[in-house]
Design a protein around this ligand. Structure first.
Ligand code: ATP
Ligand code: MG
Length: 368
């Protein structure tokens, strides 16, 4: 028969696929006994198939591991659960930061798949969380700057204007230069002042699509007038718990960067919204896991983020542009932090994507 070897080949292939994955795949039965694990899972739990198959997963995890309660939740509830930024401390491995996804096997009732990703997304979130601290540390400096620089600057500008009245020719050009440059510094100080705003956020239910619509309008009449902006919205998206004006600032900065990265004529920016079920994040300082179901992505087909700035992307003053201040993304990180949200990115030449995850408003009705 021709079919048998073909099926065999297919089986071998799927096994190879599973073993080729970086993430650890473990299948357990209703009694928590391990029925299958791939190569990565063997490495993760530092044991071989022979040693681990048939073992109860509770023998590999501390008995109070939150993973156990997530498994129970899936076995009882019957729907999948994801958890990000999870510290897994097994008897066999050292502490690891992981993301887990637990899914019931619909085709094989009584079995559950655990998919454990080591660090990848968690890494990016980590990266963003360190930027929260950067945003905080520049906040003190910016408060000082705003105070100490604005006053002398207005003095300098005023003096230059006085001289300008009597100046002629070349001298007038110089006084104009002083005025322009002091204005530029003032604008910079204004932008930095936002970092020193420590007031708690005034939250209201905000319609994400109205925010994006505003951003699109501003972009299309100005910096993105030659770029196509495509909207892919989930119409049933619930409201964000947040501040309308700050959300506009967040997405305006992301769309502006996207537009500035497009150097060709077929520029396209895609704004997309979606709802993600059951994704929880462990954020520092929070005992409970935060549910961030609202996802807004800004994608462009520009040059991509230069590799050398990627590591510190959300830090202040990191820029690859000759006229950039490098404050855009630091501000974005600060405002998203104030919202209790998360931002991550993926970038290659031709495709850069920023994904913002935000909390949902408990109040279904939009305010105002
Ligand atoms: N969509 C994008 N595509 C390519 N590179 C990007 C993108 N978004 C950000 N970057 C890179 O990240 C750097 C930092 O961005 P950020 O918005 O913080 O500062 P900036 O745009 O350089 O200056 P500013 O926002 O103050 O005008 C940019 O200089 C650019 O190199
Ligand atoms: Mg910018």
């Amino acid at each position: 028969m021709i079919i048998a070897p073909f099926e065999e080949a297919l089986n071998i292939k799927s096994e190879n696929i599973l073993n080729g994955l970086d993430s650890s795949i473990i299948v357990i039965d209703d009694y928590l006994n391990i029925a299958y694990l791939n190569n990565s899972a063997e490495q993760f739990f530092a044991g071989s198939q022979i040693q681990l198959k048939g073992k109860n997963i509770s023998q590999l995890l501390p008995f109070d591991s939150p993973l156990m309660s997530l498994i129970r939740q899936v076995q009882v509830g019957g729907s999948s659960v994801s958890d990000h930024g999870f510290t897994l401390d097994t008897q066999r491995t050292t502490k690891q930061l992981v993301n887990v996804q637990i899914t019931p096997m619909l085709d094989n009732p009584g079995f559950t798949i655990l998919n454990i990703f080591e660090r990848s997304i968690a890494n990016k979130i980590d990266r963003q969380l360190t930027h929260r601290n950067t945003a905080r540390s520049i906040s003190a400096m910016s408060a000082m700057l705003a105070h100490e620089i604005r006053n002398p600057l207005s003095g300098i500008r005023g003096a230059a204007q006085l001289i300008e009245q009597q100046a002629t020719g070349d001298d007038r050009e110089l006084t104009q230069l002083i005025c322009d440059e002091t204005d530029r510094i003032c604008q910079l100080v204004d932008r930095m002042e936002v970092f020193s705003d420590q007031r708690p956020l005034e939250r209201k239910p905000v319609n994400a699509h109205k925010v994006l619509e505003r951003v699109r309008q501003i972009a299309q009449v100005g910096f993105a007038n030659n770029i196509k902006i495509i909207e892919k919205y989930d119409p049933s998206l619930p409201c964000i718990s947040g501040n309308h004006d700050q959300l506009v600032q967040i997405f305006l900065n992301l769309v502006k960067n996207a537009a500035e990265a497009i150097k060709h004529n077929n520029g396209e920016i895609v704004l997309q919204t979606s709802y993600q079920h059951s994704v929880h994040f462990a954020l520092p300082g929070n005992v409970t896991r935060t549910h961030l179901p609202l996802v807004v992505t800004v994608q462009d087909n520009g040059i991509g983020i230069p590799v050398e700035v990627q590591e510190n992307l959300f830090d202040a003053f990191v820029t690859s542009k000759s006229n950039g201040t490098g404050l855009g993304l630091a501000l974005v990180a600060k405002l998203i932090d104030d919202h209790g949200g998360i931002i991550e990115f993926d970038s290659n030449p031709g495709k850069t994507l920023f994904r913002v995850m935000l909390p949902m408003s408990a109040d279904a009705n939009e305010d105002g």
